[in-house]
Design a protein around this ligand. Sequence first.
Ligand SMILES: *Cc1c(COP(=O)(O)O)cnc(C)c1O
Length: 262
Amino acid sequence: MVNTNKQPARLESLLNNTELTNTISRNIIKVRKRISRAIKRAGRDSSKVRLIGVSKTFPKDYVIAATAAGVTNFGENRIQEGLNKASQIENKTNITWHFVGHLQSNKARKAVSAFTWIHSVDSLELLHRLEHAADEQKTSTKILVQVNLANEINKHGASIDETIQILHAGKMCHAVKICGLMILPPWSIDPEQSRPYFRQLHELRNSFLDKGFEPQMLSELSMGMSRDFDIAIEEGATIIRIGTAIFGHRQQKNIDTLLTER
Ligand SMILES: *Cc1c(COP(=O)(O)O)cnc(C)c1O
């Protein structure tokens, strides 16, 4: 058992389940308002933005509360935590799990068994391991290539050249399906600092389409978190990954983990 039980977030000690459900559903309403305002500003089609509730570090009750408010996609950044949480939720047929953290190649099997989407493929080796694992398990996994557009700052993510290699290799895969690109810009106090990264990812996608890659391999742009998802939507995000704005602040030690993972 991992820490999901050991880490009651602050909210949980204060709130019973009804209050938890109400608080989370109010948060989700606010997030949806921000989403629709950004979609309007950008003149985009609202069906083209998928909301993922990033439930990492929060116990299963938080996920259940968010499903009550209509969220069906959830993101985790640790395999075992995700597996445990999913197994604790009874009525999970409507839930789709996304892996958004850094994935080590040796965890490909478990990742494929627990997650429908993997947002963080950043090497050929990982792609091949996932293909092998998904094939073995007779399942199909949707993947995104995590691109690193800030080489000196981010530890994870593929360079542009590696991304091209992964896309080429992806054409030969049949158990995993590349669906697009993901980015995690360097953290900055000012969310506007994320905009150039979001814009560059969108432009990169367009340049890949010009090179002749199939549109189905490039239909998704996973970009934007609690602080900058409005900007990401303006810049073309099709998937936004929202933790804090829905579930509240994670405990400090988890935030520290998150920052060192970047
Ligand atoms: C934690 C995390 C998020 C959610 O972050 P918030 O700022 O809490 O919305 C999104 N994407 C990734 C990759 C994460 O690790």
